[in-house]
Each structure stands twice: as structure tokens, then as C-alpha cells.
Design a protein around this ligand. Structure first.
Ligand code: NAD
Length: 480
């Protein structure tokens, strides 16, 4: 059965074929561009998750589990190439479903392909170890797949996070059951359909539905051996509790309130576009969005004036070349607007919503606030919208304290020409990734990514993700 890209069938992909949800229920899909219903997806429940977990288990015991690492890698690389071949079609689906500008959606597809190229190439390079032990023994350690892995992903970068999560899991030889977010999952369904033409049946299963029903059923399923969750801290906690009840491991990729620290000697021409893009891109709906800019007082006036100019020029619009599209949903728009209304800080600049943006779409003009009290809710909580908090500081120690002064710890950056300060401040950041004179890594497929505290734990990307999706077996041979 073929998936019509304009109006997908409300089906799940289980054991390599499209199957309707057992209850027959479906959910409407709304486009953020105009607020119109344009498709339907399966509103699945525990019965569909059961079927998907059983299909994954059968794949492990069947053709998928029988493949060598090199054969798995070859299939994943072939899948990456197929994604590139379909990049334009996939990007068009993503823009309609998620609202992100077409250029961003296309870049997401190239990055999604990159995950399968990278992990396809890595599949046969995960070595074990030989461990010196007592005389008369030979000991070796191997990395084994967990088995059936559950994956729950959000709506902000559906395709990329799908690739990031299952790319590494499949490369290690796990069989996957993935539950996408109800607000944006059509690109994932099409990606899974392409995968079904390449991977053995059941290696990858995708079941759509509501978080509190299908997502909960997956996280609590006794048949999964590991779970990878990307989403909000609140749901992340529930996932970890469910994993504990099943005695399995989990990775949690949660939110952030990532700071960029700009010292008075920084190259402001280089910093300016990066500071603005880090919060405008994807409407600020990025876990690693640079949502706080800490500015040393001597350059406060100059830098905030230049940032204000940038913010004022941005128009939220559905146009192909737009920097800022709509937010994901009416609910998210209302949430962001509530944060803006209750910020309690001076507005330094505000962009616009384009005159031709459809009235039913979920557009929000970007806002630059400053000076913001670092202890205030707008500077502490994740807004997940195009809202930047500018915070002044005097000393390096004060900047470090403010940067580390939230419950999150995902990404940080330091802008300075002073080499010793670069090293001191980078080493003082309590988070998973630190950039020096830059921010974000254009996807950074190779770079371990993840957080501490309320940003979660475990690492995606790079070889670290392969280790997360594996368990160690040590074989002790007493040969005398
Ligand atoms: P969310 O936690 O509401 O939803 C994420 C996923 O969890 C969705 O698929 C949803 O259906 C599912 N879900 C919801 N309730 C569930 C439940 N009770 N049991 C099981 N699954 C459930 O988050 P969101 O609104 O989709 O995404 C926004 C959040 O995700 C932000 O906080 C953002 O920072 C975070 N995020 C983090 C990263 C990262 O890599 N660290 C990436 C993207 C998004």
C-alpha cells in the first residue's frame, strides 16, 4: 500500500506492512501554516503497540537478527541514499505538517540521511575488548544489542530525531518500535515506508497515537528492553519511572535554557547572526535553542542595539524563504504568548507577523527582552518559542553563575578572543556540549549530545549513542 503524501492513510507500519489501528480510531492532522485539517493518522492504543513489539521481537529472531554488522551497515547506508533521493518530497511533507520553512525542512532531510550514512558506516566498527585477567583465563567483552528498543520522539525535528534515535539503535542490531508525536508525524510515516522497502520486516515499526495512550503503552510494555525518549522533562520523568518498573535502561533528551556568554572582547560581527539564529531557527522550538544571551556590561548597549535591529526585521511567514514559520499548534502559540505577556521585563525589540500569513496559522512575532532578571520565570523556564532573554553581567564569575543557574544543562557557548578565558569558562559550564565562538553544529551527527539534570541523561549522536543502544557481555574462559 502506498502512502499518499497529501492525505496519508491512518495506518501504522508493523512488520513491514501498513495496518490500520485495531480500534479503527483516527486523529485529525492540522497544518500550522493555516490551521486547516489536511490529513488523518491512526489513534493507536496498547493493542497496536503489542503487535509492533511482537513484530520487532520476531525480526530479532528472524532475518534481521541473523544479519552481520556489515550487512546491517550496508542496508542503513542504502536507506540514507534513498532518503536523499526523496528529500524534496519529504521536505514538502514536513513543511505542511510541522510548519517549518521549506529550506529548514530540506536541511532536516539531508541531516536525517546523514544519520543513516554515519551509523551505517559505524555498524561494523564497534569493537569489543580483550581483558587481561588471571593466569589460565582468557576474557573478552562484546557489545550486544539490547533487543527490542522503544523510541518516543517529539514534533520539533521529527525526521532528524527519528534518524538520530533509530539510526544508532538499528546499527547496533536492535529492532525498533517508534511512537512519533501526534502534532507532526507524517514525514516519519513516509520515511518508515521507504525503510520498509530496504530493511527486513519488523526491524522498524512505527505506531502513531496520543502520548498518554500509545506512548504510555510503549513505555510500560514488558516486551521492550530499552527506551529512548526525547521530549519534555515532565513526560521524561514518567518514562524513567516506567523503565524502572521494567528494570530496563533509558536515555532522556529533555529541554534546555541554553546560555551564550558574550564578553566585551568578542567578535560581535561573527557572534551577531549566530546569536539571533540560535533562537529564531525553528521558531525557538529547539531543545538546544540559545534562549539566554549574557552580555558583559561595556558592550550591552552596542550588542542589544544590533540584536534589536535583527529582531525587528524578522517576519513570521509561511513563505518558502522565511526565517521563521508558525509554531507547531494553537496550544504552543498560546503558551508562548502567555510567557511573553507575563515576562515582566522591558521589550527591546519585537518582529512582526507577515501581512499575508493565514489568519488561522500559529504565527508569533519574535521578541527580545532585556535587561531580564536571571531568576525570573522567563529566564529560568523553557519557553520553546522565538523569545530571547538578554541578561547583563560584570565579571566572569558572575557570568558562569548565571549560565549555570537554571535546572537545565544542555548546551552553552562562550564568545571571547581571550584563549585562557575560553578554556576557563568552557570548563566551568555544567552541561553536555560547549561551543567556543560558535553555537550549534549544523546537526553535529558525530558529536555526543545530551544533557544533565532537567535536560536529561544519556547521549545521542556519535559513537556514544551506539554504546547507549548496547549492553556489555563479558565472557570468561577458564582454559587452565
Ligand atoms: P512531550 O514530552 O509532550 O512529547 C514528546 C513525546 O512524548 C510525544 O511523542 C508524545 O506523544 C509523547 N508522550 C506524551 N505524553 C506521554 C506519556 N504520558 N507517556 C509516553 N509518551 C508520552 O514534548 P513535546 O511537546 O512533544 O516536545 C517539546 C519538548 O521536547 C521540549 O521540552 C523540548 O525541549 C524537548 N525536546 C528535547 C530534545 C532533545 O534532544 N533534548 C529534542 C526535541 C525536543
Amino acid at each position: 500500500m502506498s502512502l499518499n503524501t497529501a492525505l496519508p492513510q491512518p495506518m501504522n507500519l508493523i512488520a513491514g506492512t501498513w495496518v490500520p489501528p485495531q480500534s479503527g480510531r483516527q486523529m485529525a492532522v492540522v497544518s500550522p501554516l493555516d490551521g486547516e485539517v489536511f490529513a488523518a493518522i491512526a489513534d493507536s492504543d496498547a493493542a497496536d503497540i503489542d503487535a509492533a513489539v511482537a513484530a520487532a521481537r520476531a525480526a530479532l529472531e528472524g532475518p534481521w537478527g541473523a544479519l552481520s554488522a556489515a550487512e546491517r551497515g550496508r542496508l542503513l547506508m542504502r536507506y540514507g541514499a534513498a532518503i536523499l533521493d526523496h528529500a524534496d518530497e519529504l521536505a514538502a511533507i514536513e513543511t505542511r505538517d510541522n510548519g517549518k520553512p521549506l529550506a529548514q525542512a530540506r536541511a532536516d532531510m539531508v541531516m536525517t540521511a546523514r544519520y543513516f550514512e554515519y551509523y551505517g558506516g559505524a555498524a561494523d566498527k564497534v569493537h569489543g575488548e580483550v581483558i587481561p585477567f588471571q593466569r589460565g583465563y582468557s576474557v573478552h567483552m562484546t557489545r550486544e544489542p539490547h533487543g527490542v528498543t522503544g523510541h518516543i520522539v517529539p514534533w520539533n525535528y521529527p525526521a532528524q530525531i527519528y534518524g538520530r534515535s533509530i539510526g544508532a539503535a538499528l546499527a547496533m542490531g536492535n529492532a525498533c518500535v517508534l511512537k512519533p508525536a501526534e502534532d507532526a508525524c507524517l514525514s516519519i510515516l513516509r520515511l518508515a515506508e521507504i525503510a520498509a522497502g530496504i530493511l527486513p520486516p519488523g526491524a522498524l515499526n512505527v505506531v502513531t497515537g496520543r502520548g498518554e495512550v500509545a506512548g504510555k503503552a510503549l513505555s510500560e510494555h514488558p516486551g521492550i528492553d530499552f527506551i529512548s525518549f526525547t521530549g519534555s522533562p515532565e513526560v521524561g520523568q514518567m518514562i524513567q519511572i516506567a523503565a524502572a518498573r521494567n528494570f530496563i535502561g533509558c536515555t532522556l533528551e529533555l529541554g534546555g535554557k541554553s546560555p551564550q556568554i558574550v564578553f566585551e572582547d568578542a567578535d560581535l560581527d561573527a557572534a551577531l547572526p549566530v546569536l539571533a539564529n540560535a533562537i529564531i531557527q525553528n521558531g525557538g522550538q529547539t531543545c538546544s535553542a540559545g534562549s539566554r544571551v549574557l552580555i558583559q556590561r561595556p558592550i550591552w548597549d552596542a550588542l542589544t542595539a544590533r540584536l534589536a535591529e535583527r529582531f525587528t526585521a524578522v517576519e513570521a511567514s509561511p513563505a518558502d524563504g522565511s526565517l521563521l514559520g508558525p509554531l507547531i499548534s494553537a496550544r504552543q502559540k498560546a503558551r508562548v504568548e502567555r510567557y511573553i505577556a507575563e515576562a515582566g521585563a522591558p521589550v527591546l525589540a519585537q518582529g512582526k507577523v507577515a501581512a499575508d500569513a493565514p489568519a488561522g496559522g500559529f504565527y508569533v512575532a519574535p521578541v527580545l527582552f532585556g535587561p531580564v532578571d536571571p531568576a525570573s520565570p522567563i529566564a529560568q523556564e523553557e519557553v520553546f518559542g522565538p523569545v530571547l532573554c538578554a541578561i547583563p553581567f560584570d565579571t566572569e564569575a558572575e557570568a558562569i553563575a548565571i549560565a549555570n543557574g537554571t535546572q537545565y544543562g544542555l548546551v552553552a557557548s562562550v564568545w571571547t578572543r581571550d584563549g585562557a578565558r575560553q578554556a576557563r569558562v568552557a570548563n566551568a559550564m555544567r552541561c553536555g556540549q560547549v561551543f567556543i565562538n560558535g553555537f550549534g553544529a549544523g546537526g553535529g551527527v558525530e558529536l555526543p549530545f545530551g544533557g544533565i539534570r532537567k535536560s536529561g541523561h544519556g547521549r545521542e549522536k556519535g559513537f556514544e549513542a551506539l554504546y547507549e543502544f548496547s549492553t556489555i557481555r563479558t565472557i570468561v574462559n577458564h582454559h587452565g
